[in-house]
Design a protein around this ligand. Structure first.
Ligand code: AMP
Length: 233
């Protein structure tokens, strides 16, 4: 399991870890986005919360996750990303896994200080005409303030402004701290420094997990598994 705030690089690292371990990468955010795309009842319900930037209620989230974990390709385990987001979710997951004879093997927190997270997220700019996305630090436009693709001015979305991000972040970080404390108490927590180049973080992450000798060669994806995005902020 990977733990980290939005902007910590968790969504970028999780697929690499899944490939290394030969396990599916299961991200609850991806499951919800797929449900929304499919127009399923879960998707319709979840969307009301996602659009407002709020957490989807625990009962819906947990049911959806357990359905995914019951699929055949998850039998040997998964790399979990985006779950749990609070202590109640963490405790429920442990209970369910215990009943099934499983457990959370390791919970790795990618640790990035709050101010750095605000800096990373507030560096995002989008172009006025078509919403093409740039980032001051990691993906700047060729000429400052102007879209490479259509030349329109770059603007900052209301919810990407530093003050708004700081407010949203306070709530998120407080739940994350609860989850981190929970896994510290159960003895499975590891922490790595997320303020390093991406490949350095990947190397430290992979070093924590015992490599499965068959994993990289036996990496054929399950056609029924949801697709994942390889790089998310
Ligand atoms: P993410 O891609 O992880 O940022 O998730 C996108 C959205 O899905 C979140 O803003 C929540 O609305 C919802 N979501 C994802 N994971 C969870 C979770 N574990 N508990 C509640 N809501 C979640």
């Amino acid at each position: 399991m990977l733990l980290g705030a939005p902007g910590s690089g968790k969504g970028t690292q999780a697929p690499a870890l899944g490939r290394r371990l030969g396990l599916p990468h299961v991200a609850t955010g991806d499951l919800f986005r797929a449900a929304v795309r499919d127009g399923s009842p879960v998707g319709l319900e979840a969307r009301r919360y996602m659009d407002r930037g709020q957490l989807v209620p625990d009962d819906i989230t947990i049911r959806m996750l357990l359905d995914r974990l019951a699929q055949r390709d998850a039998a040997k385990g998964v790399v979990l990303d985006g779950f749990p987001r609070n202590r109640a979710q963490a405790e429920t997951l442990d209970e369910v896994l215990r009943e099934q004879g499983g457990k959370v093997e390791l919970a790795v927190e990618i640790d990035v200080p709050a101010e750095e997270l605000v800096h990373r997220l507030s560096g995002r700019w989008v172009c006025r005409d078509n919403g093409h996305v740039y980032n001051e630090a990691s993906n700047p436009p060729r000429s400052p303030g102007k879209c490479d693709l259509d030349g329109s001015p770059l603007i900052q979305r209301e919810d990407d402004k530093a003050e708004t991000i700081r407010n949203r972040m306070a709530v998120t970080l407080s739940s994350l701290r609860d989850v981190v404390a929970y896994y510290r108490s159960t003895g499975v927590l590891r922490q790595i420094n997320g303020v390093q180049p991406i490949d350095r973080v990947t190397a430290e992450l992979l070093a924590i997990f015992p490599a499965d000798a068959d994993a990289e060669t036996d990496g054929s994806p399950d056609p029924k598994a949801p697709t994942v995005t390889d790089a998310r902020v």
